[in-house]
Design a protein around this ligand. Structure first.
Ligand code: FAD
Length: 464
């Protein structure tokens, strides 16, 4: 039975950057990264060859070493205000300093790009003014952009470096149990091709991402890890011709906007904008198919996609936001037979379903075939749909043309981070030696904060 100094449950952004930091601090540490998916080089999506999703039991796009980041557009936000809110625990400067440190690691592995969105020109000032006029907060943070292809390159170099430095990877192993004795972590149990394996260690960092969020909640309940019911983000991914988004794309690359709806006072935000990008289907189990999007550095479409998300927190006695969001996704999947549900904004406003014949009359051609044209109002709760429509109309005042019939709405886009684990400034939970980092902790929603949390956990472990 092997004993490790640090075990990472989940080899995504938090896991690989945590492992990097461990080796930086002490080359002799015995570090193990466990992941449900495959090693990065074996993460091949059959869709690339077959042209359609064949519903693999473990989706190579979201599961596997390097995590969701490996296939993401990898916009790296250089500010604590975007990508999560761990700063409420650590303070802002720690997060910003660690983000800078991560950007230096990116540079070390060959990625060095001048961040966009730093100096304002006239079109940017005009956009900001229109945001102010319409009660929209523009969160203007510097952003670096790797692109889906650049991101694969970076992770390949980083994972190779970790392997050369002696970090062990146990891929295709799914976290099943924690070993907790007298309030202290002693190891983990994982399943691998029908058998159970035990790994011992007194420091375990859980970073299982959104894909592992439900499992993390189950583990918290079973082993008494203190957590709160968090929020859930439900909305749509929209796609619109680049020409409409030109000013934003060319000057900000991505303009992050937050808006509180007049009707319900709910928080809406734009998220993960991909100029000249592509819509992607994200599979979380057989009947949970979510919309997402990405962009390559070199391969380009003529459409921009971005998410419009509604953040919902629930009050007592309801405490199952994860199940709530899953039920929404299942309802949508029921209507489509396991694809994303898509409707044009023109059809939504006209109260009719979209059909291929109606879509063919638009100026826009969808960048995916993983959808079924239909009526999203049959699957999306009214309050959320009202919020989406209000946000689209407000966005139109900032970006004229946005609320046109050519806007395609792909449903649902959901961010599962409903468990908010109670952690201290070192990312340690109430179980001694058990740390939580990244999206599955409930404090992260982006690459920057996941890396920061993995690194901060390791910095504490090595001081012990
Ligand atoms: C299509 C797409 C585009 C995105 N674009 C951006 C972007 O441009 N900028 C940005 O900042 N963020 C982006 N994100 C979000 C970003 O990828 C995540 O916030 C980030 O990867 C979170 O890191 P993490 O380590 O917490 O989780 P992840 O990177 O998701 O890693 C979690 C790991 O845990 C593993 N795992 C899950 N369950 C188990 C289990 N039971 N047992 C063992 N292992 C398990 C998974 O296989 C995975 O490797 C995007 C996400 C997607 C899906």
């Amino acid at each position: 039975m092997k004993n490790y100094d640090i075990i990472f449950l989940g080899g995504g952004q938090a896991g690989v950057f945590g492992a990097f930091e461990a080796i930086e601090k002490d080359k002799n540490l015995k570090v193990l990264v466990i992941d449900k998916g495959r090693m990065l080089t074996q993460r091949v999506c059959p869709k690339e060859k077959l042209g359609k999703c064949v519903k693999c039991p473990t989706c190579a796009i979201i599961f596997g070493v390097s995590g969701a980041g490996a296939f993401s557009d990898s916009k790296f936000n250089m500010d604590y205000r975007v990508g999560g809110d761990v700063h409420v625990i650590t303070g802002k400067s720690v997060v910003n300093e660690t983000i800078k440190y991560v950007a230096d690691v990116y540079k070390r592995f060959g990625f060095d790009e001048k961040p966009s969105g730093v100096e304002y020109n006239q079109p940017m000032l005009d956009i900001k003014k229109r945001c102010i006029e319409h009660d929209v907060q523009l969160v203007d943070t510097p952003t670096m952009h790797l692109g889906t292809d650049g991101s694969r390159e970076l992770y390949t170099k980083l994972v190779n470096y970790l392997l050369e430095s002696g970090v062990e990877f146990a891929s295709e192993r799914e976290a099943e149990e924690l070993i907790v004795e007298n309030g202290e972590i002693k190891g983990v149990v994982v399943s691998h091709k029908g058998t159970m394996e035990t790994y011992h260690g007194e420091n375990v960092v859980i970073g299982m991402g959104r894909s592992g969020a439900k499992k993390v909640m189950d583990l918290c309940q079973k082993y008494g890890v203190v957590y709160k019911t968090g929020a859930v983000d439900v909305g749509v991914r929209v796609e619109i011709p680049d020409i409409v988004m030109k000013d934003i794309n060319e000057n900000f690359y991505e303009a992050k906007m937050i808006y509180y709806t007049k009707k319900y006072k709910d928080r809406m935000r734009t998220f993960c904008s991909n100029p000249s990008g592509f819509i992607a289907a994200e599979k979380h189990g057989d009947d949970v198919i979510l919309a997402n999007g990405h962009a390559y550095k070199d391969k380009k479409s003529t459409n921009t996609n971005l998410a419009l998300l509604c953040t919902k927190t629930f009050t007592e006695p309801f405490n199952q936001p994860f199940e709530y969001a899953t039920a929404i996704a299942k309802m949508s999947s029921m209507l489509t037979g396991g694809k994303i549900l898509m409707q044009s904004y023109g059809d939504l406003k006209a109260g009719r379903r979209s059909t291929e014949a109606r879509l063919a009359r638009l100026n826009i051609v969808p960048t995916t075939e993983d959808y079924v044209a239909g009526d999203i109002s049959l699957a999306c709760p009214k309050r959320i749909l009202d919020n989406i429509i209000e946000f689209i109309e407000i966005h139109d005042k900032i970006t004229p043309g946005f609320a046109s019939s050519d806007l395609l709405l792909y449903f649902p886009e959901i961010k599962f981070r409903s468990t908010r684990i109670e952690i201290d400034e070192n990312m340690e939970t109430n179980i001694k030696g058990l740390y939580a980092a990244g999206d599955s902790s409930g404090y992260g929603s982006g690459l920057n904060i996941a890396a920061v949390m993995g690194i901060l956990a390791v910095r504490h472990i090595v001081t012990k």
